[in-house]
Write a protein of this length. Structure first.
Ligand code: ZN
Length: 82
């Protein structure tokens, strides 16, 4: 079973997930990850909302607020537990 780290989820798959361009395998892994990862769910919701606000203009530039949140999120993920 494919297992994802938060960083991979956010950096590699999130936008493809919302675009619906992933393979079923990856989608299953993502949804499994989301089931027990609250931070990623929160992040996904924020990301979705931002995309709605910025419209469906394809590959729009990531808003500054998103960048800040993303950095905070990743930092938290990287520094917790160990
Ligand atoms: Zn996660």
């Amino acid at each position: 079973m494919l297992k994802l780290m938060c960083k991979e989820f956010i950096m590699d798959f999130l936008s493809d997930y919302l675009d619906g361009t992933l393979t079923p395998d990856v989608i299953t892994a993502l949804e499994r990850h989301l089931q027990d990862c609250e931070p990623c769910v929160a992040y996904l919701n924020t990301y979705k909302k931002t995309r709605e606000l910025t419209g469906r203009a394809g590959r729009a530039e990531m808003p500054t607020e998103m960048k800040v949140r993303l950095r905070e999120f990743l930092l938290k993920q990287l520094t917790k537990g160990k």
